[in-house]
Design a protein. Structure first.
Length: 306
């Protein structure tokens, strides 16, 4: 079995593109395609469906891809441990994160991390859907809220603190809501994602129960940055985690509201986790990034210092 062919197939399968794989290996697309065809001939069945704009895996291709990916990872780890016991971390690190969190927080952290370890190349996939990190080949996955049972190693990264906020222009025009009930008279800008439309929850002081409040407004979106932009333009009230709006709160372009109440958008969404397949923890690059990550958010995450 040609090891190079396995590496080519893994890249095509992971990216869904012959073109992207060709750029990765600095080869012609036709050369990549021929090598995958030879691999399919050698295993005796098709591994890929070839479409005009994309490539997808057949059922056999999925099974083969998962095995090949594991084999290549173990081979790379063995080579690293044998030949570079004291070398700095290097190689490709694949990260998945929610879109807004990745844009606001992970990109700056990666910038600093890669300055420390220039041998690391990052592939950052930003996606608000719930992904399968093992099947999709992610080294690090960031997840908000409740976790399903899995073989992944989960570590709590930081608490999720929510703030209800609006622009000064909006508050001058519509008044300041003094209680959660008063939000019924305001335009609330609402996020609606894979888990459905948000319902805002509030808890007063030391009260033991959260109360859900129906909220309505002029804009619903599946993109948090779009809602944030609308709030900055004075369109309405938002409830967002501090990692998303700390900069705006610090500048005063958004004003914190209902500070006597503790808010959140869904029960159990008060924690931010980082997930890693157990075998990935043995790689130097993943260990280095996790060490850097927890150093960066300890003892207080930078986004909670506004």
């Amino acid at each position: 079995m040609d090891l190079n062919a396995l590496r080519v197939f893994e890249r095509v399968a992971a990216t869904g593109s012959f073109t992207v794989a060709a750029r990765h290996f600095h080869r012609a697309v036709s050369s990549i395609s021929r090598q995958v065809r030879k691999l399919e001939d050698s295993v005796g069945q098709p591994l890929l469906y070839r479409h005009t704009r994309a490539v997808t895996l057949t059922e056999a291709g999925w099974r083969y891809y998962e095995e090949v990916r594991d084999i290549l990872e173990r081979l790379d780890m063995a080579t690293e441990a044998l030949n570079q016991p004291l070398a700095e971390p290097s190689g490709v690190m694949r990260i998945n994160a929610p879109v807004a969190f990745g844009q606001r927080q992970i990109v700056p952290m990666l910038h600093e991390f890669q300055r420390r370890f220039p041998g690391i190349r990052a592939e950052l996939q930003l996606d608000d859907r719930i992904v399968d990190p093992v099947r999709e080949g992610h080294d690090i996955t960031f997840r908000v809220g409740n976790l399903a049972d899995s073989s992944l190693v989960a570590r709590r990264l930081a608490p999720m603190n929510y703030v209800t906020a609006a622009s000064r222009e909006y508050l001058a025009r519509r008044g300041i809501p003094e209680t959660p009930e008063a939000l019924a008279e305001h335009d609330c800008l609402v996020y609606q994602g894979e888990l459905g439309r948000q319902c805002w929850y509030f808890q007063r002081g030391d009260a033991s129960e959260e109360v859900a409040y129906e909220i309505n407004g002029s804009l619903v979106s599946n993109n948090a940055e779009a809602l944030l932009r609308a709030a900055l333009l004075g369109q309405g009230v938002v409830m967002f985690p501090t990692w998303l709006i700390a900069e705006e709160l610090a500048k005063g372009t958004l004003v914190s509201l209902l500070e006597a109440w503790r808010g959140e958008v869904m029960p159990g969404r008060r924690q931010l986790y980082v997930l890693t397949p157990e075998r990935k923890l043995r790689t130097r690059k993943v260990r280095a990034f996790l060490d850097y990550l927890f150093e960066a958010v300890s003892p207080i995450p930078p986004w909670d210092c506004w």
